[in-house]
Design a protein around this ligand. Structure first.
Ligand code: MN
Length: 500
């Protein structure tokens, strides 16, 4: 008897639910992939003692739950065949075609990338981007593979478990975040958290244990009230739900706020999904007439999306008895992008009869740009420590006086900000106003700061001392280039007696 067959049936049900145009042909191919994996992994076991087949089936189900398309899921089912069995990529190509073979070739390459500490970061990332640029679905399968391996990490020897967990947290999660796949980023982090930081994990869990129940009651009362108010105002909504903040991101936030829960307003956040953008703003208005919003906490990521394209309205309100709740308001499409990133791109492009939406193209363009930023491996390795900070430190969003968003690493200075706007603004900056207060150029910027750079037109060259203050590679490269230019001009003047 085939005990795994029910898993395939469940898998197909999930695909059909998310992709109504899933064809009989694709269903046949999926069954073929299952039997292909079954035959090739026959006799192999996981460390847990389970049949190996359990692993590709679980990975494929994770992909299906995240709305990925049939091709990705079929490739997920056979992702370990070329690495762990006699069958080759050529066999896969013969049986499943070129597209699936290319995706799996990418997965196999990615599994050769191993985390060996900070020194190998650049190399790892570069390999990943080269593979991803070929077909993004390879990394997506790698994510699902990694999620299932993290779920079964207790069977690994402790040393190896720690390496896998660190690699997931430090390499895979930031990439998932950059790709806008919040759901994968959060799962990777939360699964790795207890292995990488066991004490901190236990502390956060115990910290929220009691408060969570109390918050849940407040939120469920607020939900009822909102639902009633929206009906009263004839606003149709798709859903009102709530989510508990993921443990690892809660941990990071607690570290930012002196380990105190008092300033974590989104421990439980409410999500209102409405049918169009206009309704997002209408709902925001209604909320603010029922409850007082907390000053400075209204964020319009619809007008100003985050760099990974996240869109939503956020506000924090004083609900009954002064309880503070964060509310996020968005359309279904924005929600799907936030949760599923690239998978949502596929889903929405399917609906629009095969043409890629502009957002998807934009996204691919960003990815390519990001890849070329680190394509010069030697330079990259040379600046490793700084680059690591740029890519993996928490990002902050700082505003120009006109409201443009500049995305910077935490602790960046007004000088970094100035160079991110324009080289000339950087070179000519003499001071800064942060939130209308004159501040030194060394002041570390904070999320949400409005920064106005003061420049002096007669000043042309940067101050070499700035190199010790700045936190971004962009600023450093621009300062160095300008200083080199200045040096070049001087020596030119010396050599050329005709120059003034
Ligand atoms: Mn695998």
């Amino acid at each position: 008897m085939d005990q795994h067959k029910s898993k395939v049936i469940q898998l197909i049900e999930t695909v059909k639910k998310n992709h109504p145009n899933f064809s009989n042909q694709q269903e046949e191919l999926l069954w073929k992939a299952y039997y292909f994996a079954k035959k090739n992994h026959a006799g192999q076991k996981r460390l847990s003692g389970d049949d190996y087949l359990v692993h590709p089936l679980a990975a494929a189900q994770i992909l299906a739950d995240m709305h990925f398309d049939a091709t990705t899921i079929i490739a997920g089912l056979i992702h370990d065949v070329p690495e762990d069995t006699e069958a080759t990529i050529a066999d896969i190509k013969d049986n499943f075609g070129k597209e699936i073979a290319t995706i799996i070739e990418g997965v196999t390459k990615l599994s050769k990338v191993k985390y060996r500490g900070i020194e190998r970061y650049a190399e790892n990332l570069r390999k990943m981007f080269v593979t991803m640029a070929r077909d993004i679905r390879s990394i997506v399968i790698k994510f699902s593979d990694r999620i299932h391996n993290l779920q079964t990490l207790q069977y690994q020897p402790p040393q190896k478990a720690l390496r896998i967990a660190k690699e997931s947290m430090e390499i895979y999660a930031p990439i998932a975040n950059r790709l806008g796949i919040g759901e994968i980023k959060n799962q990777l982090e939360d699964l790795a958290f207890p292995y990488v930081y066991p004490q901190e994990h236990a502390w956060v869990k115990s910290l929220i244990k009691d408060i969570l129940k109390q918050k849940e009651r407040v939120v469920s009362r607020a939900k009822k009230k909102i639902s009633k108010e929206l009906q009263k105002n004839n606003i149709e909504y798709i859903s009102i739900t709530s989510r508990v903040k993921h443990l690892y991101s809660l941990y990071l936030k607690l570290m930012m706020h002196n380990k105190s829960l008092d300033r974590v307003y989104d421990l439980i956040a409410m999500r209102i999904i409405v049918k169009d953008v206009k309704d997002c703003y209408v709902v925001l208005g209604i909320l603010h007439t029922i409850w007082t919003p907390l000053k400075g906490r209204i964020k319009d990521y619809i007008a100003q999306p985050k760099p990974n394209n996240y869109q939503s309205l956020h506000t924090t309100i004083f609900a009954e008895r002064g309880e503070i709740i964060e509310v996020q308001i968005r359309t279904q499409e924005m929600h799907d992008y936030a949760e599923f990133g690239i998978a949502a791109h596929w889903q929405y492009s399917e609906k629009r009869s095969g043409t890629l939406p502009a957002k998807h193209k934009e996204w691919i363009k960003n990815l390519v740009a990001w890849q070329s930023e680190i394509s010069d491996s030697e330079k990259y390795l040379e600046n490793l420590q700084k680059v690591k900070l740029d890519f993996f430190k928490r990002r902050i969003f700082v505003f120009t006086p006109k409201g443009d968003v500049i995305d910077l690493p935490e602790d960046a200075t007004p000088i970094d900000f100035a160079y991110h706007i324009h080289t000339d603004i950087g070179n000519r900056c003499v001071g800064a106003q942060i939130n209308n207060i004159i501040s030194s150029l060394e002041t570390p910027l904070k999320n949400g700061d409005v920064v106005d750079i003061m420049t002096n037109k007669s000043r042309t060259w940067p101050n070499p001392d700035w190199l010790k203050i700045i936190k971004t590679t962009i600023a450093r490269d621009k300062i160095k280039a300008s200083l080199n230019k200045k040096r070049g001009l001087k020596s030119f003047n010396l050599k050329n007696p005709f120059a003034k």
